[in-house]
Ligand binder design. Sequence first.
Ligand code: SAM
Length: 209
Amino acid sequence: MTLPEGVVYREIDGEERLATQGATVYGEPMEDGWRAWDVRRSKLGAMIDAGMDTGLTGDDGVLYLGAANGTTASHVADFARVVYAVEFASRPMGDLVGVAESRTGLFPLLKDAHQPETYAHIVEDDLDAIVQDVATRGQARVACANRQFLAADGRLLAAIKARSEDATADPESVFDAALDELRTTYEILDTHRLDPHHADHLAVVARPR
Ligand SMILES: C[S@@+](CC[C@H](N)C(=O)[O-])C[C@H]1O[C@@H](n2cnc3c(N)ncnc32)[C@H](O)[C@@H]1O
């Protein structure tokens, strides 16, 4: 497995953990400036830990959709060149702004990921990756609407939460429908169920068509 530069496995508190270097954010164990990246609390962390090829190399340009209070976005900002972190709820945004204070490449944007035109003047083009974890209805639609920011060889790294689309439907049929919609805009490179840490979530790696 190739980890992005700036992401390592190392022993923290006597346990081999995925880790990045930066200021603490959510009370995660730390050692020598390295922060344990809790894969139970981070879908991208779980994707990397599962050995998925994310295409991230370190020093990446990233658009993060659904940044919440910055648990995962902070780890990405520890190794990426720039992270545009979109979140539409004001409460987690307050925390995210605090997280960005110690990370010069992290730009919190209080925006709706369904409306990329409202941040297209801020976010640069030709980004290396879109990390998406919006856990809301229309997850494939969000990914397709934001494709414009990706470089031709960029990667969509999305976590699709079945229950956010339909709480009663069989997750597999929800995932099939989401993948079909994604295929209108992306070529699917890999998928992986994130159970048990993230129940009924499908991780997707894709590139623009
Ligand atoms: C599961 S949480 C994200 C957790 C975060 N990715 C992490 O690992 O630290 C989903 C977040 O997406 C946000 N969200 C949902 N729909 C959104 C939208 N249309 N635009 C922006 N943010 C959205 C929610 O407010 C919530 O904070």
